[in-house]
Design a protein around this ligand. Structure first.
Ligand SMILES: [Zn+2]
Length: 166
């Protein structure tokens, strides 16, 4: 009887776990897990180096600096939409810059590579490194998302967004 009770207790515990509500993040974006080796096979060399080895592209090198059309900037690895053209501004830094990001599109962490702490951000879906966010941007957010162009793909407003990579 004791043994039966404890089995029941365990069964109830698992049933309870299955009913836990999903977090908001989990509902919004389902993580895509791929190995670095897989990404290396799929992506152009420079995009891979930035997205999965945290390299930084040479300032002024991205064609996206001059991109002024209406549209969406998607992650160059998994195609998750990250920025709208209305969130872009000319920062003069030589990197595509945005003052805001689409909801639930990125995750962040602090890094200390440049001695002073910086906030790194990455695609919420595939974890690919995009850039760093600084607090010297324009209104209304005061933020400057300094993004590597090779980590993004621009999709003009009239074109269909690419399917999320699986
Ligand atoms: Zn991604």
């Amino acid at each position: 009887m004791n043994r039966r009770r404890s089995l029941l207790a365990i069964a109830h515990m698992f049933a309870g776990l299955a009913l836990l509500p999903l977090t908001k993040e989990a509902l919004a974006v389902t993580a895509l897990k791929k190995s670095k080796a897989d990404w290396k096979k799929i992506l152009p060399e420079q995009s891979y180096a930035v997205l999965f080895e945290e390299a930084t592209e040479r300032p002024g090198s991205s064609v996206l600096n001059a991109e002024k059309r209406e549209g969406t900037y998607v992650c160059a690895a998994c195609n998750l939409p990250l920025f709208k053209s209305a969130q872009k501004f000319e920062s003069g830094t030589g990197w595509p810059s945005f003052f805001d990001v689409m909801p639930d599109a990125i995750g962040t962490h602090r890094d200390f590579k440049m001695i002073l702490p910086r906030t790194e951000y990455h695609c919420a879906r595939c974890g690919g490194h995009q850039g760093h966010v600084f607090e010297d941007g324009p209104k209304p957010t005061g933020l400057r998302y300094c993004n590597n162009g090779v980590a993004l793909q621009f999709i003009p407003a009239n074109d269909t967004l690419p399917a999320l990579r699986t």
